[in-house]
Design a protein around this ligand. Structure first.
Ligand SMILES: NC(=O)c1ccc[n+]([C@@H]2O[C@H](COP(=O)([O-])OP(=O)(O)OC[C@H]3O[C@@H](n4cnc5c(N)ncnc54)[C@H](O)[C@@H]3O)[C@@H](O)[C@H]2O)c1
Length: 447
């Protein structure tokens, strides 16, 4: 095989391109953002993601980038499209960027003398988009017929920001929706060279692949919202503990332990919108996806629930400040899209409460949203010194070291959304509240 081209060198595309190249393929990346193209050509990561630089270094001269779609067609046999597909008001995904890229690629293919090219749609698209919109566009502009002059696969990734590289190289499952057996086999052979484990390869029609992608994420969000409801119940009942319960539930093979923790809601660029897209797709076909809609409602409620808790501790006091430890939607990523912490900060600001944030990776993105409405600390200690209420919003390992010595305010209330702090090290004066556990008057850390 000649090589691989990757259109879109953002959070997922850069990692995919670097992994393909690190595993021995010649890879040409294409992006409309010239800074990203330059970064890759200079051997640097175009976005922040743990281990991305390591993969780029391993790729050596096999990874290059361009802004030319002709080069992408000429220098590769397989093109992965990993461009944004933002959500629309109605819950469906916009195909705007995908259509722009495919238009130029199909025109380049028309000029090419090669016999066959494989297009792999990796971006999340609404079910039916590939068959009804993307393939007809390629046929029209390239003058070729599907499965004759070109093939198409739908091949979304199930990765989490912060662990994209590890997830990409060790997937539970590789999902391939294929326009023909040949197209699917060509793609599968790439994954056999790239994966460090032996994942389940799920090959199916393109429409089944599109439905699988959003239903998988919708199911995971349902699990999270279920665990969060359980956590809410535990908070009301003396002796009940979400971790004991979810640990036992997760030991049952029918359930599994993942995404069953109970804490703040889910966020990020995929889960909320994929779940809403699932409900929108179902509605379009006359099915009321009640579970998906309730999952979303529960997720939004978790923010209100936390705000009620914070306000009960503000208790009418003026001039109170709240410190937020972690503002991204999860640890190890600068991404703040649909982050529960961002929703919490926003609500606190509306209530005229001062907010101080510590998140070394996401600070710039938080500043871009709130500007001078929030203040920032460069260390956990500094952040805690500014406030008498502290919310641990993401389960970062760094926060596990917090002890008594971090607190200046004698009567600090700590709300630990993920139960990662060691209560016994916080001293007697800290009021420790763990989401998912019963809290009473006697919740001072030393008691
Ligand atoms: N990031 C994730 O965690 C994740 C996980 C699973 C699926 N996805 C899906 O992958 C797709 C990409 O997501 P992302 O997070 O990498 O987005 P991103 O915004 O980080 O990156 C997209 C890149 O595409 C480039 N681009 C836009 N239009 C282009 C065009 N016409 N030609 C070339 N480049 C173009 C942008 O400049 C940008 O660099 C989305 O559909 C998303 O839903 C993302």
């Amino acid at each position: 095989m000649k090589g691989i081209s990757v259109i879109g060198l953002g959070k997922l595309g850069a990692c995919s391109a670097a992994c393909f190249a690190a595993k021995g393929f010649n890879v040409l990346g294409v992006d409309i953002n010239k800074d990203f193209v330059n970064a890759i050509n200079n051997g640097n990561a175009s976005v922040f993601e743990p281990r991305l630089q390591e993969m780029i270094d391993k790729a050596e001269s096999r990874l290059t980038a361009t802004r030319s779609y002709e080069d992408a067609i000429d220098e590769s046999d397989v093109t992965f499209l990993i461009v944004p597909t933002p959500s629309k008001e109605n819950g469906h995904f916009s195909n705007k960027y995908m259509l722009n890229a495919l238009e130029l690629l199909a025109e380049a293919l028309k000029k090419s003398t090669k016999a066959y090219h494989l297009f792999v749609i990796t971006s999340t698209v609404s079910p039916t988009a590939t068959d009804e919109l993307l393939i007809p566009l390629i046929e029209r502009l390239s003058g070729r017929k599907l499965n004759d002059g070109f093939g198409v696969c739908y091949n979304p990734e199930f990765i989490a920001l912060g662990s994209v590289i590890t997830n990409f190289l060790n997937p539970d499952m590789v999902l391939i929706g294929e326009s023909s057996k040949e197209a699917g086999s060509m793609l599968e052979s790439i994954y056999h060279k790239v994966c460090e484990n032996s994942p389940y390869i799920a090959r199916m029609s393109i429409i089944s692949g599109e439905i699988t992608k959003i239903s998988l994420n919708s199911y995971v969000t349902m699990k999270i919202s279920y665990a969060n409801t359980l956590a809410n119940i535990c908070e009301k009942i003396p002796g009940a503990d979400i971790d004991s319960i979810s640990g036992a539930l997760g030991a049952d093979k029918r359930i599994s332990p993942y995404y069953l923790k109970g804490g703040l809601g889910y966020g990020g660029p995929c889960f909320p919108r994929d779940n809403r897209a699932f409900a929108a797709f179902a509605a379009e076909h006359g099915v009321d996806a009640k579970l998906a809609k309730t999952t979303d409602e529960i997720n939004l409620f978790q923010v209100d629930h936390l705000i009620d808790l914070v306000m009960s501790h503000v208790n009418g006091r003026q001039d109170i400040s709240v410190s937020i430890l972690g503002a991204a939607y999860k640890p190890d990523t600068p991404v703040v899209e649909e982050s529960p912490a961002i929703a919490i900060i926003s609500e606190l600001i509306k209530k005229n409460i001062k907010v101080n944030v510590y998140d070394p990776i996401a600070a710039e993105n938080v500043r871009a949203i709130f500007r001078e409405c929030v203040s920032f600390s460069s260390t956990v200690r500094e952040c805690l010194e500014t406030s008498s209420i502290c919310i641990v919003a993401i389960p970062s390992d760094e926060f596990k070291t917090i002890d008594e010595s971090y607190f200046m305010h004698a009567e600090t209330t700590v709300i630990d959304c993920w139960r990662i702090l060691d209560k016994s090290r916080l001293g007697n004066k800290i009021k420790y509240i763990a989401i998912g556990r019963f809290t009473n008057e006697y919740c001072y850390a030393g008691i």
